[in-house]
Design a protein around this ligand. Structure first.
Ligand SMILES: [Zn+2]
Length: 348
């Protein structure tokens, strides 16, 4: 299959101060689905990325101010309302009281205040690099998405929330800039941004569903395989655009064969537990899916290994086609590459 040129437009916006940068990569090469006839006109591809740092800036600046009255306005900011939704979706406790506690405590600690100044600098560095980021990273993301995938992404900075990052179906990407996970590295933030932006392109084709909506064995299996493909593809694609030497825990795991095998063991045991499970035990499987898949990284490492192997053995088009055909096709395509026993997964 030949590669057609795709008209790709990338815009960068900073809100509320709008500084839009429109970049056109007329020669960027993206993969078309095999089912599309060749010779059709090139698809137009548009990815618009906006940045909103207002809420995080307000909170971080307050910690350094003379005003000791703990602010309340953050509770109604979109980024915090989404964090609350994220917690619900992941069966985590409501994060608001914990954030309230952090805000009340943080001004009492000199070392915490110092860290917040560093986080503020980190955010400014990320914002100053956003134009170079789009030029170097977005063409790679586009390469791993079906031709014509268009979407808008809004990067919302937050402070003091439980996850270091997550993306939401409305196109929001939340970056918790005060999280120690970044270790002060703007490149690490930007690489994670690549991961999260990829998710938005992926879910445009495979929206998936929440584990909380799974009430039967088949539904929880569907959730597990979707999460494996979604997190795996995002992890693999972001690893392909990471600058040399960037330290990312998931990529270290991916490069360690013993770790990859261990994550396959975890995923297999989760799938076995979810197979033919009684309805009454579904909540237990949901909890295990979060522990094994997210906390112990099985979704990320297994999925990324599968994506890498599919591309290495079958080529890029085969991998991109699984974004159109979905999670079960992703597993079937991987199985067809005949992986060794320790690195295979059978679905019920
Ligand atoms: Zn992810």
């Amino acid at each position: 299959m030949h590669c057609l040129h795709t008209k790709m437009k990338i815009q960068l916006r900073m809100i509320p101060i709008v500084t839009a940068v429109a970049l056109t990569f007329a020669g960027a090469c993206a993969t078309r689905p095999a089912s599309e006839p060749s010779g059709s006109s090139p698809a137009s591809q548009e990815i618009v990325v906006s940045f909103d740092a207002a809420t995080a800036t307000g909170l971080m600046d307050w910690t350094q101010s003379n005003n000791s009255h703990v602010p309340e306005s953050w509770k109604h900011a979109h980024v915090y309302e989404l964090t609350r939704e994220w917690a619900k979706w992941n069966q985590q406790p409501d994060p608001y009281s914990e954030i309230d506690r952090t805000l009340a405590e943080v001004r009492k600690s000199k070392s915490a205040l110092k860290e917040i100044v560093k986080s503020r600098t980190l955010m400014d560095t990320v914002l100053s690099k956003r134009s170079a980021f789009s030029q170097s990273i977005i063409p790679t993301l586009v390469k791993y998405l079906p031709s014509g995938t268009s979407f808008k992404a809004t990067v919302l900075f937050a402070a003091f929330i439980p996850p270091y990052s997550f993306s939401w179906g409305d196109g929001s990407i939340i970056i918790n800039i005060t999280d120690s996970y970044w270790r002060g590295s703007a490149d690490k933030v930007l690489n994670l941004l690549a991961h999260e932006i990829y998710h938005l392109g992926f879910i445009a084709h495979q929206p998936g569903s929440s584990a909380t909506d799974a009430h039967r064995s088949g539904e929880i299996i569907d959730f597990i395989v979707w999460r494996t493909q979604n997190e795996g593809m995002a992890t693999y694609v972001a690893s392909r655009c990471a600058p040399p030497g960037l330290l990312v825990e998931d990529y270290d795991l991916l490069d360690d064969p013993a770790q990859v095998r261990a994550k396959f063991d975890l995923l297999r045991s989760l799938i076995i537990e979810a197979s033919d499970v009684d309805e009454s035990r579904i909540p237990l499987v949901r909890t295990k899916a979060f522990q094994v898949g997210d906390m112990q990284r099985a979704f990320f490492v297994v999925g990324a290994h599968m994506a890498r192997r599919i591309e290495q053995i079958n080529g890029l088009d085969s991998l991109v086609n699984t974004v159109i055909s979905g999670p079960r096709a992703f597993f079937a395509t991987y199985a067809a590459t005949k992986p060794p026993a320790g690195l295979s997964v059978n679905l019920p």
